[in-house]
Write a protein that binds this ligand. Structure first.
Ligand SMILES: *Cc1c(COP(=O)(O)O)cnc(C)c1O
Length: 423
């Protein structure tokens, strides 16, 4: 499709966009009386206007029924998670039984590693991407040490080829093969937070299984951003947060996936708490733990209802818009973004687009490595009403999301960047 570099053209794309009205369903920051362009949905998604209402319903239940809110009222809290799970199946590509909403991302990563990283004297290695998100690196290191191994020996990072930023699938697969029966767990992100590169989850899971290892994924930047088929891809487990693309608020309750194959496997170790008990036994206060027959068996503590309410409000918007429609718009937005970026980056190349251009290898985030005065350029964006993200040493990341970003915002970003780079 041939695009045009003009404001009117971008506005025409907005007018033709069937999801345009969703933008008004979110609060957005204002600067000098003007709605700012918010490209930080990969960091903290904007607040749906319905979130406060959903939270207030829980507050009312608490006020009116106290603890009996778990059982009384129009919407007893005990069943509240049933609002959530069905809304996630299409986003995550999983069966309802495979999904549990609990805790926070890094906590869930640890809990699932307790189950799926059970090293032996000979099979103890974790294969992961170089420059994984720091919290993940700390989780891997501390888990390895917990089992008495040395991170320097047990953690194998797959690096990009020298002089490049992206990691090739072939290198990932050959590393797994090379370490073969010493590999206990292969753990990648779905999308690397820095480069925006999508990893080939299915190919990685297949290679891990061939080596006799488990395959887990951190989907922090993938959930709500790209199409996932965790069940069909035979992913063993996955974790994600809900405050990035899933707009469920700062410190939102997180999610986890455990493949059906593992749900009734009594040999898999698991840290347990009363909330993972089968609901028919949960309040009998008996000595024995009868795991829920679903991924809920990994949950330990009383559900934080206020967080679930915020999560529900957001997922209902995804459901109303249709996740597949959102992905179609997301592709269109980022296609236009690549067009305008390539347009302003000639004849003289002033930045490098790190993120793969091919839409199958990225989500909506695009990372730009700015050749000169990067920090000064970045620092000028916010006062001009553009919220973007800075990563050392010279990278600006932006994530135009389909629910609340527009083609016009993409044009304005590019044209602002063009002017700043020419100054
Ligand atoms: C955002 C992010 C985290 C953050 O973890 P929390 O436990 O939610 O604070 C962890 N890992 C990755 C890959 C992330 O992108």
């Amino acid at each position: 499709m041939s695009h045009e570099y003009s404001l009117t053209y971008a506005q025409q794309l907005d007018t033709a966009d069937p999801l345009q009205s969703y933008r008004e369903k979110f609060y957005a920051p204002y600067l000098r009386g003007k709605r700012a362009t918010y490209f930080l949905g990969n960091s903290l998604g904007l607040q749906p206007k319905t979130t406060q209402e959903e939270i207030l319903k829980i507050m009312d239940g608490w006020a009116n029924f106290g603890v009996e809110g778990f059982f009384l009222g129009n919407d007893p809290w005990l069943n509240y998670h049933k609002h959530i799970t069905p809304l996630l199946t299409n986003i995550i590509g999983a069966k309802q039984e495979e999904i549990v909403t609990m805790n926070h991302l890094t906590v869930n990563l640890h809990l699932l590693m307790i189950s799926f990283y059970q090293p032996t004297a000979t099979r103890y290695k974790i294969i992961c991407e170089a420059k994984a998100f720091p919290s993940d690196q700390y989780a891997f290191q501390s888990q390895v040490k917990l089992h008495g191994f040395d991170p320097a020996d047990a953690i194998i990072e797959v690096h990009p080829k020298p002089g490049t930023e992206l990691i090739s699938t072939a290198d990932i697969l050959s590393t797994i093969e090379e370490h073969g029966d010493t590999v206990a767990l292969v753990l990648f992100s779905g999308i690397n937070y820095y480069t925006g590169q999508v990893f080939d989850i299915k190919a990685i899971a297949d290679a891990a299984h061939k080596a006799g290892a488990y395959a887990g994924f951190d989907l922090a930047h993938a959930a709500g951003n790209i199409k996932l088929h965790l069940h069909d891809w035979n992913v063993d487990f996955a974790v994600w947060c809900n405050y990035k693309y899933l707009n469920s608020g700062p410190g939102a309750i997180a999610g986890a996936f455990v493949h059906e194959l593992h749900l009734n496997n009594n040999k898999l170790p698991r840290l347990e708490g009363w909330w993972g008990n089968n609901i028919s036994n949960r309040f009998k206060m008996e000595k024995s733990f009868t795991p829920a027959p679903t991924a809920e068996s990994w949950s330990m503590s009383t559900t934080p209802l206020l967080l679930l309410a915020a999560h529900k409000a957001s997922l209902e918007i995804f459901e109303a818009a249709g996740f597949d429609n959102l992905l179609t718009k997301s592709k269109a937005l980022s296609e236009y973004l690549f067009f305008v970026l390539n347009h302003i980056n000639q004849p003289e190349e002033k930045f490098t687009i790190i993120t793969p251009q091919n839409s199958a290898e990225r989500g909506c985030q695009v990372s730009l490595s700015i050749h000169q005065n990067a920090k000064a350029v970045f620092d000028t964006l916010m006062p001009l009403g553009i919220f973007a993200d800075w990563r050392e040493p010279n990278v600006i990341r932006i994530a135009p999301v389909p629910l609340y970003n527009s083609f016009e915002e993409i044009f304005i970003f590019a044209d602002t960047l063009r002017q700043l780079l020419n100054e």
